[in-house]
Ligand binder design. Structure first.
Ligand code: MSP
Length: 518
């Protein structure tokens, strides 16, 4: 693999980030960090989507300008991602001047090419989707199926993009590239939608929507959100229809674009059509995740159950986000919905991170200190089934990530932790010591510590702080690439003193009766 480019959806800034947004960013960050362990050239893009009627209306309601609203909320998104250790390379805002300039250039280019044309339009507009819907898209009651609201009747002169021109090519592409949509069960739905697709409106009259980027050749119109929004994935790299930047040439096409299931149509149909119109290659994969519910209910302001990631860290007085990252990243099977509940969060991270993983490190190091003064003797270093099984797990986890199956990767790592715990229980190093079998005891402990080095590497994408802390106590270089991992990570000599053994994750035990609502 010579390069890896990963993107997230860009979030609307008409509100503050909630744990649904956080789920996507954490999932992406975990995948990104895993691939940095396999490849030197990785790039991670995220950002915010700042134009459109929703933002215009929210700003008006709050008595501030749309730009003020965007500035305020864009900062909240950045702050939350910082708290969660989301380690992106670039954070794009669609109000960035260079982005606006290139989206205008793209629009003009497509106009000149004949792929964009002007037409009178009468249609049903859903403000939630920021899209025109056809009658076929609506529920029996005439509502938007996603936002459960009645779309507005709009009659305007708009510019249209000739989506229908690319319909067959897109269908061919999807059929010939089996892994394009991950998981593949969503493909059939896309092909059905594609069959009924019409040309799409790509501008709005400024008299109706003013918060947007002007169409250069027709300033009475603004570029309607999806062209502006989707193009962020290439403008962020410095795409330009005339002279694309070296960064763009290096990283496009994206290796994987992570999005929620609600915006699949835009990414599996509109986006490929746009790229085809620009003569650009399509992304290799779209990873389509499900939705996060809270206590099995849809998150919504009206239900008052919207939780911000920040409030969870505060509630549990977590100095590091690792536990929340681990929980979210493994919350749902690949592509399916997942759920957050306080109880489950506490139970799972206490069981996996504190009891199984943290304790394994702690008790093994403690025995090493108690029995051998913290020293590894050269005769302790031997091959073991446990370390072979750890190296097998590396391959299994790599394969999970190749399929973007983050939940399974997490499960496989914890399975290895459980195996190592069982190995200690079965080998009974304390009995070996009592029976005078010191070398055998030292070998058991060393095998487990060697395996813990591998575990620290594998868990790093999920829990970067915990992993670094583990590696520090094991004198293990966690920056090495996964493919270079082998047995023999623990060297002979003095490893650790009692006072340097520190728990890597403390159990969450307090009761939090009151959930913080954002
Ligand atoms: N701005 C558009 C995306 C443009 S991408 C070129 C948008 N924004 S959004 O803020 O509504 O959603 C951003 C991402 O968050 C989407 O991928 C969406 O699926 C995801 N989520 C929003 N709520 C969610 C949950 N409750 N659970 C999981 N992800 C969800 O759509």
């Amino acid at each position: 693999m010579d390069k890896f480019y990963i993107t997230t959806a860009i979030d609307y800034v008409n509100g503050a980030p909630h744990i649904g947004h956080a789920y996507e960013k954490i999932l992406t960050d975990v995948i990104f960090r895993h691939f940095t362990q396999r490849c030197d050239n990785c790039f991670f893009l995220t950002g915010v989507d700042e134009h459109g009627i929703k933002i215009q209306k929210t700003a008006a309601k709050n008595g501030i300008t749309p730009q003020e609203l965007c500035d305020k909320n864009a900062s909240k998104f950045r702050e939350n991602w910082k708290l969660l250790n989301v380690d992106y390379n670039k954070f794009i805002r669609t109000t960035d001047k260079d982005h606006e300039k290139i989206s205008q250039q793209i629009f003009e280019y497509l106009l000149k090419k004949g792929d964009i044309y002007k037409n009178q339009y009468k249609g049903l507009y859903c403000n939630g989707c920021e899209a025109f819907l056809s009658e076929k898209d609506l529920t029996e009651d005439g509502l938007c199926p996603i936002h459960q609201c009645k779309p507005e009747e709009v009659s305007e002169e708009n510019y249209f993009f000739k989506l229908t021109k690319y319909k067959e090519r897109i269908a061919e592409y999807i059929k010939n590239h089996e892994g394009f949509i991950v998981p593949s069960f969503r493909t059939a739905d896309v092909l059905n939608q594609l069959a009924n697709i019409e040309d799409i409106s790509v501008s709005r009259a400024k008299s109706n929507v003013s918060w947007g980027v002007d169409v250069l050749s027709d300033p009475d119109q603004i570029i309607y959100v999806w062209i502006d929004a989707l193009s962020n994935y290439i403008t962020a790299l410095g795409y330009d229809t005339e002279n694309p930047s070296p960064l763009f040439r290096e990283y496009w096409p994206a290796s994987v674009q992570v999005i929620g299931k609600d915006i699949l149509k835009f990414h599996a149909i509109y986006w490929p059509a746009l790229l085809m119109a620009l003569d650009l290659p399509l992304p290799e994969h779209l990873l389509v995740h499900g939705w996060i519910t809270i206590d099995e209910a849809k998150m919504s302001k009206s239900l008052g159950n919207v939780i911000s990631p920040e409030s969870i860290l505060n509630n549990y007085e977590l100095k590091e986000p690792d536990a929340f990252r681990y929980y979210m990243a493994t919350a749902a099977p690949c592509g399916k919905d997942g759920n957050y509940s306080d109880e489950d969060f506490k139970e799972k991270v206490n069981a996996h991170l504190a009891n199984s993983m943290g304790n394994l490190l702690n008790r093994t190091l403690s025995m090493l200190v108690k029995y051998f003064n913290g020293d590894i003797k050269s005769e302790f270093i031997v091959e073991s089934d446990l370390i072979s099984s750890a190296l097998e797990t590396v391959k299994i986890v790599e394969n999970d990530f190749d399929n973007y199956d983050v939940q399974n990767a997490g499960l496989h790592i914890i399975e290895l932790v459980d195996k190592a715990n069982k190995y200690i229980t079965d080998s009974e190093p304390w009995t070996l010591m009592k029976n005078g079998e010191d070398v055998k005891c030292g070998q058991v402990l060393t095998s487990v510590l060697d395996t813990l080095c591998i575990i620290s590497s594998l868990i790093y994408p999920f829990c970067p702080n915990i992993a670094k802390n583990m590696a520090k106590q094991l004198l293990f270089d966690i920056t090495q690439k996964l493919d270079d991992l082998s047995a023999g990570n623990i060297k002979s000599g003095h490893l650790i003193d009692k006072e340097n053994i520190v728990p890597v994750f403390l159990r969450i035990d307090s009761e939090f009766a009151q959930k913080t609502k954002s």
